[in-house]
Design a protein around this ligand. Structure first.
Ligand SMILES: Cc1ncc(C[n+]2csc(CCOP(=O)(O)OP(=O)(O)O)c2C)c(N)n1
Length: 636
């Protein structure tokens, strides 16, 4: 088994006895079997393989206050292999967080003990269950501890099948890059995935070589040997320069009669009769231990007043410096300036960028708060995962990259939304208006993606002033947010004292004789205003709305405006035509007597000059004019 950590290597102080920890592991197995059989679903064999790991971590290694699970001093545990939720719940019940009987409510609609963990539970920081995400969250949690100056440790438990995910290796690289010695991950190497053996099975030497090559201290242990596990976690805590991975060789279904190491049993609860037999066999191993077992409390020293960073301890604002009619300015650049202005003295704010800081302008924040700026390198999944970890502890993490590249991190975004985790995503370089770089760099489906999440707040500012205010708004907003930020310089249309709100649009042009409503966002707002002026010269009055808040959308204002304009509506957006502003407006007006014409990008675009591309793909002022005229002709 490679270079194994053995009991002999540990010269540590006496631990809670191995016999006792073994007994707790047995109890955790019993609870996992009972709960999954009661639920008639779940993953008992995935719980059974990690019972000793859980027992050792929760009842010997980790220091935490059960009554205050998110206290800044507590060691943190992330169950990345979220399908083993029953054993996580069993551990917390054993620690005294709630009565053991409650475990039998697993997976019921009226219970927070869901199939996979969510932060609805006070002891869960981030939602897991989509494999490959927990380590990234662990990095955010470990960096948060470093920023706070507390010596808490972060523990992450992964599956071996799970470690095939590329995101795990993004996280592995970054954890080493930041020298996170306060981070310790464990892989439960039980040889089996869901439908087949894992790629590496029990090739422990290969695992070790890989993790070491990524810069981690890698310790191979027998994952059912309590003393060996204790020794490994002790060594992990002694690392001063790098994170540790405990490579725990285990047996899937360990301790469950007839199921040990058996293929084809993943995700299958035991039938009631089999469960009875398994529980009886496990209970025979118990020697009358008298739980619940109090975990070790954190040692509160000089820093005992440290609290998690409060989400809204202070929400500073600053006046945007842009002048209406003045020099055009890019929304993305205004975002960078606003983030630096509000974040400089606001400790909750952190920023993570994917090697595009001079395009997203998070470099401004990096210059004023370098200790809270984290280069995420070109690893977008990990960036969003890190942000989840930060946000779980009350920080306000801004993740910035080109809007297009959030698509590769969308599963992380999805999981952040499941956890109602307050990540703040800033997507720049959206639409064809980025110009010459061409379609690979253009965010053209980001609105569809982000608006698909019902709890995601999506703001799309049209100029620098509103981009500044949107940055402040998302920072102060508790839930997940997406900020869509145009690349080119845009005319300044709002005065510094203009008030913006989530869920409110802006009516920019209106008259008593408006015959059509144009709803635009971002770069298309200037096109809509230009179309308005053009139409006015030929005697056609139109109303122009800057949507600003794409989700939630200002339905009341849209309905009022659409009615005032005789039900003729034209939407314009620098985004593919499906799933963006047009569809949001259509949905808002679904019960109205309206005709909605959607102008958006309908084909794969080409490189070119921004203005040229707006025209080529049908979203320029002249297309709006033509569409309005055709719609009016058709209606008359
Ligand atoms: C990203 C992702 N892909 C697929 C699944 C479905 N799934 C759930 S558990 C599992 C097998 C996990 O195997 P492993 O990581 O070895 O964990 P074990 O249960 O063996 O401890 C799979 C494929 C998932 N939850 N997430």
């Amino acid at each position: 088994m490679g270079t194994a950590v053995t009991t002999a290597e540990s010269s540590r102080a006496p631990h809670r006895s191995a016999a006792l920890l073994h007994e707790i592991a047995t109890q955790l197995r019993i609870d996992s079997v009972r709960a999954t059989t009661a639920a008639a679903s779940g993953h008992p064999t995935s719980c059974a393989s990690c019972a000793e790991i859980m027992s050792v971590l929760f009842f010997e290694v980790m220091r935490y206050d059960v009554q205050e699970p998110r206290a800044a001093h507590n060691d943190v545990f992330v169950l990345s292999k979220g399908h083993a939720a029953p054993i996580l719940y069993a551990a917390w019940a054993e620690a005294g967080a709630f009565p053991r009987e409650h475990l039998l409510t697993l997976r019921r609609l009226d219970s927070d003990l869901e199939g996979h963990p969510t932060p609805r539970l006070p002891f869960v920081d981030v939602a897991t269950g989509s494999l490959g995400q927990g380590l990234s969250a662990g990095i955010g949690l470990a960096l948060d501890a470093r920023l706070l100056g507390v010596d808490r440790r972060t523990y992450v438990l992964m599956g071996d099948g799970e470690s095939a995910e590329g995101s795990v290796w993004e996280a592995a690289e970054l954890g080493a890059r930041y020298g996170l010695h306060n981070l310790c991950a464990t892989i439960d190497i039980n040889r089996l995935g869901q439908s087949q053996p894992t790629m590496l099975q029990y090739e422990m030497d290969v695992y070790k070589a890989r993790w070491e090559s990524f810069g981690w201290q890698a310790l191979v242990v027998d994952g059912h040997d309590i003393d060996a596990l204790l020794a490994a976690y002790e060594l992990a805590s002694e690392s001063h320069d790098r994170p540790t991975i405990v490579l725990a060789q285990t047996v899937k279904g360990k301790g469950l009669p007839g199921l040990e190491g058996k293929e084809g049993e993943h995700g299958k609860p035991l039938a009631p009769e089999d469960a009875k037999r398994a529980v009886a066999a496990l209970e025979a191993e118990l020697h009358g231990h008298d739980g619940p077992w109090a975990p070790r409390m954190p040692q509160r020293g000089a820093e005992s007043n440290v609290r998690p960073v409060g989400m809204r301890e202070r929400a500073p604002t600053a006046a945007p410096p842009y002048i209406v009619g003045g020099k055009p300015f890019a929304p993305r650049k205004a975002f960078g300036a606003a983030l630096a202005a509000i974040g400089r003295d606001w400790p909750a704010i952190v920023a993570i960028d994917g090697d595009v800081r001079n395009s997203t302008f998070t470099e401004y924040f990096g210059a004023v708060a370098p200790e809270r700026f984290f280069e995420g390198y070109i690893a977008e999944q990990n960036m969003v995962g890190m942000a989840m970890g930060f946000a779980a502890r009350g920080r306000i993490p801004f993740v910035a990259t080109f809007g297009a590249f959030f698509s590769r991190a969308f599963d992380f975004v999805r999981m952040a939304c499941i956890g109602d985790t307050g990540i703040k995503l800033a997507g720049t370089h959206v639409g064809v208006s980025i110009g010459e770089d061409g379609p690979s760099q253009m965010g053209l489906e980001d609105l569809a993606m982000m608006c698909a999440e019902p709890t995601m707040t999506v703001l799309y500012p049209a100029d620098a002033t509103s981009a500044w205010r949107a940055t402040e708004l998302v920072a102060a907003h508790a839930g997940p947010c997406y900020l869509r930020l145009g690349r080119p310089d845009a005319p300044i249309i709002y005065a510094a004292d203009e008030q913006f709100e989530v869920g409110r649009c802006k009516v920019l042009r209106h008259s008593d004789t408006d015959r059509a409503l144009i709803v635009a966002g971002g770069v298309a707002v200037a096109e809509a205003l230009s179309a308005h002026d053009d139409l006015a010269t030929s005697g056609v009055q139109v109303r122009v709305i800057d949507i600003f808040s794409v989700q939630p959308v200002d339905r009341a204002a849209l309905v009022t405006a659409a009615r005032a304009c005789g039900g003729i509506v034209i939407t314009v957006e620098d985004h593919y035509v499906h799933g963006g502003i047009g569809d949001v407006v259509l949905a808002a007006l679904a019960e109205e007597r309206c005709v909605v014409h959607k102008l958006g990008v309908r084909e794969i675009p080409h490189s070119g000059a921004p203005k040229e591309l707006l025209h080529r793909y049908g979203i320029s002022a002249s297309h709006i004019v033509t569409t309005v005229k055709a719609a009016l002709a058709h209606a008359s």
